[in-house]
Design a binder for this molecule. Structure first.
Ligand code: SAM
Length: 298
């Protein structure tokens, strides 16, 4: 676990109040929900949101029997727990997405929104997600698009050095990456997902437009424009739905968590611990006040 890529750490962050609540981002929130509803199967057994933060989108998952909110930040998960903790469908799990603490073939639906831009090694993340994906399920991924109209115009006007047309990800600020849609499809396919429909999202994320036009109008216009995503992608945000790999097995019934280090299935919680039964490993993981903590062994 020591050679994992660097992580953008939101521990103790005020992300909810600094970025969302009362910050004029109703438009972004609503258009993301529209795209998610268009791509995500509305009901199912197991769903995981990877990088769920404070659970902003959790109310979209009520059609599922079990919902894992997975994030690296314990404090954001505690915020999610504060408003969802009474609903036993939700499971709060802290860990690093490069070492997922779940058995293989577990999740029917996987969702990842506004987080891939923090992935220094997206191909490694995709490989790990392919492992925990149940065959025939869906992975809905949103990513920040480097080939957006603003970046293209800035590049042509020589106000930006990096080319939006180059395939490789661009790290524009430390641990913040934009991705080329073609590169994303290529890397998803390399991890054995089958990328399908694309929706372009947040076309009108422009401060002046947001000030001048009613949010409802902008949301309606974006909802229409999203369908163009299958042909071209010039918006700052892109959603892609992916069919999970066809081969591979479904998780053995009554298994759920696995040791993130050696991937051995873990038994029941004993004395607030999940203990890896593999004698060569033996790590123990804390379970405290409903939070399964796989960030570091205890
Ligand atoms: C910009 S926030 C988005 C939160 C949520 N998806 C939303 O849209 O409201 C990015 C989230 O990704 C999480 N994250 C970043 N790197 C991670 C990693 N390696 N493993 C798990 N979560 C990670 C952060 O803790 C943070 O909560």
């Amino acid at each position: 676990m020591t050679d994992a890529p660097p992580v953008c750490d939101y521990e103790g962050s005020d992300y909810r109040t600094r970025f969302w609540e009362g910050q004029g981002r109703d438009y972004e929130d609503q258009v993301e929900r529209i795209a998610l509803r268009r791509l995500m199967p509305p009901t199912g057994s197991t769903l995981i949101e990877i990088g769920a933060g404070f659970g902003r989108l959790a109310d979209e998952y009520i059609g599922y029997d079990q919902v894992v909110l997975f994030d690296y930040s314990r404090s954001l998960l505690r915020e999610a727990q504060a408003h969802l903790g009474n609903d036993t469908r939700f499971i709060f799990v802290a860990g690093n997405w490069y070492n997922m603490p779940f058995v293989s073939g577990l999740f029917e639906t996987m969702v990842q929104i506004r987080t891939l831009h923090h992935a220094a090694d997206a191909p490694a993340l995709f490989r790990e997600l392919a492992r925990i994906a149940r065959p025939d399920g869906q992975y809905i991924l949103e990513f920040a698009n480097k080939l957006n109209l603003k970046a293209i115009l800035r590049y042509w006007a020589k106000r930006q050095k990096w080319s939006p047309f180059a395939l490789e990800p661009i790290e524009f600020v430390d641990l913040n990456f934009d991705f080329h849609p073609r590169w994303i499809r290529q890397e998803l396919a390399a991890a054995r997902f089958r990328p399908g429909r694309m929706l372009t999202v947040s076309h009108y994320r422009i401060a002046l437009l947001k000030r001048l036009l009613p949010t409802r109008l902008l949301v309606g216009m974006d909802a229409l424009a999203q369908w163009t995503g299958n042909w071209w992608q010039l918006s700052p945000s892109v959603f892609v739905s992916n069919a999970h790999l066809e081969g591979g097995g479904t998780a053995v019934p009554h298994t759920f968590f696995a040791c993130p280090t050696c991937k051995t299935a873990l038994d029941e919680v004993t004395n607030n611990r999940l203990i890896c039964p593999n004698p060569a490993c033996g790590y123990q993981w804390a379970v405290e006040d409903g939070l399964y903590d796989f960030k570091e062994p205890v």
